[in-house]
Design a protein around this ligand. Sequence first.
Ligand SMILES: C[S@@+](CC[C@H](N)C(=O)[O-])C[C@H]1O[C@@H](n2cnc3c(N)ncnc32)[C@H](O)[C@@H]1O
Length: 282
Amino acid sequence: MDEIDSDAVSGVYDELQDSHEAMWDQQGHRSLHYGYYDDEHDEPATAVENTTRILATLAGIESGDRVLNVGCGAGAESIWIAAQRGAEVVGIDVNEGLLEFAREHARKNGVAESVTFRTDDFHELTTVEDDSVDVVWGLEALCHARDLDAVLEQVARVLAPGGRLVVGDLFQHQRDLDDGERNRLGRVDDGFGVSVTRIDALESGLDAAGFTNVSIRDVTEAVRPSVRRRGITGLVNYPVQRLRGLFGSGSDRELALYRASYEVYKLVGSGALGYYIVTAER
Ligand SMILES: C[S@@+](CC[C@H](N)C(=O)[O-])C[C@H]1O[C@@H](n2cnc3c(N)ncnc32)[C@H](O)[C@@H]1O
């Protein structure tokens, strides 16, 4: 994707809705992020929930905390944070279809009183007041930012003094890519509607926005089984999707998604990309 426009990103999620629903059925969980594997969480559904648990622990989320989930998707982690940690959660997203899933999911889980989902763009956060949030949470969402520095400025604006940011996402490691890796990364960016930046771009953006106590953890090893699983799924589904395309029933977007999932697997394998959990304080 040449220029990341929020409407275009939302359009990507509309086009991928069927694939995402199929993935949710398979993993038993309405999440779009990778799973964090450890001894007690070694299959997809538990590993995916474990990612949420690890981020919540690192962000120190406690009962009564006001949490803003930027790019909340279908709401799974917002609902988990409200139910398991007793926090008040607002989830914002640019895709109305995902927000509808999230609202329905919150009602079914009995947490509709403590979780609100609404349309907003994390570059603007027009629905969020200054100094009004204890924790900003971004799980595999900031990769969609067209202007990461502008997003971090907004995050700093809405966080109360002493508030925390927690981010879990794919980033380029701190090294230059070779030509092959650059081509693969282009297919990842196009397929998912993202711009996977270098981890040091996040670090310098946090510094410029005035964050302190920045902690950057490379957790690639824990996420590798999940990246592999999606990569192999992409590899298997790609030719099937191409064949479907020949018979008029496949979509180019799904084809690009399967390709991108495989390219992430290859790029993590070559050491170009890694998965990071980053925390910081305002
Ligand atoms: C990979 S999904 C992750 C969703 C959720 N955090 C999860 O892990 O299941 C990224 C989400 O970010 C949302 N998003 C992308 N650009 C956004 C923007 N500019 N403002 C708010 N949300 C955005 C997408 O619509 C999508 O729901």
